[in-house]
Design a protein. Structure first.
Length: 277
């Protein structure tokens, strides 16, 4: 029995004391790694990715332009119709006394009169050739003109690889001008928006050109293409500019107006350089 107090003191008091010491001493510092979200994101920056998309879209349109238009019967029919239409418009402008720049011709009267007479004669025979070519075509004149206008728009959009380098800074400036300053945006959000928009739009244009090359009528290709480009720009602007739906549509309108004006100026430049038929 003499060992009972000793055991009590040894085990009965030692355990509470040890527990108190353990509670008073802090745990050693852990060396576990920080959460994954605290590390900086790996890979290319958003601006570099957007520029990569832009370059890929321009390269796609360049490849399609170098590959040429559709071949076979579809290509022949469209080439003949385009040549007849372009020749008729050129002869009509000469017959009306306009110069090569669309203004009144300032050549001497004798030369002008002879040139106009030759243009009227050629226009008459070209009209006969046009009627002979269209013989048996069930389409009306309005349908043919609508087809030619849509095909011309597709051909112009196919030259976007030459215009993208101009439209990119114009789109960036337009986005900066249209959207006010706001916190939470990427410092280069306008560049990311412009490059992504042009790159993905070039991909959509390439898809439309491929569908048109398979024989689908141009008006049925242009309508969904324009709609898809507008919806794409609205979605990208709302994403990178952090705008709600109503503000996105309001801010997108001036950007599209600026880009449309730039496209018209670029079209005139391409016509001057004979890069667009």
């Amino acid at each position: 029995m003499r060992f009972v107090p000793f055991l009590f003191l040894r085990y009965g008091l030692a355990l509470p004391v040890a527990r108190a010491i353990n509670l008073a001493m802090p745990d050693p510092a852990t060396t576990s790694p920080a959460p994954a979200d605290t590390y900086p994101p790996e890979g290319a920056s958003p601006a570099v990715r957007a520029l990569t998309i832009f370059l890929a879209g321009m390269a796609l349109l360049l490849a399609l332009d170098l590959a040429g238009g559709p071949t076979g019967r579809i290509g022949q029919d469209r080439a003949v119709q385009s040549a007849l239409s372009a020749g008729g418009e050129a002869l009509q402008s000469v017959a009306e006394g306009e110069g090569s720049d669309g203004l009144a011709d300032d050549t001497p009267d004798d030369e002008t009169g002879e040139r106009v007479e030759r243009a009227r004669s050629a226009a008459f025979f070209l009209e006969q050739a046009n009627l002979a070519w269209r013989r048996g075509d069930p389409r009306t004149t309005q349908q043919i003109e609508r087809e030619q206008g849509s095909a011309a728009l597709l051909a112009f959009l196919g030259k976007l690889w030459t215009l993208g380098w101009l439209l990119l800074p114009v789109g960036v400036i337009g986005a900066r001008f249209s959207c006010p300053m706001m916190d939470g945006r990427h410092p280069q959000w306008a560049l990311i928006f412009g490059a992504s928009s042009l790159g993905v739009s070039a991909g959509l244009i390439g898809l439309a050109l491929g569908v048109h090359g398979l024989g689908v009528s141009a008006p049925f290709v242009v309508a969904p293409l324009v709609t898809a480009i507008v919806v794409l720009n609205a979605w990208l602007l709302g994403k990178f500019a952090r705008l709600d739906r109503a503000a996105t549509l309001l801010r997108l309108a001036p950007i599209l107006v600026i880009l449309a004006a730039a496209l018209l100026l670029a079209r005139e430049a391409l016509l001057r350089l004979a890069m667009l038929g």
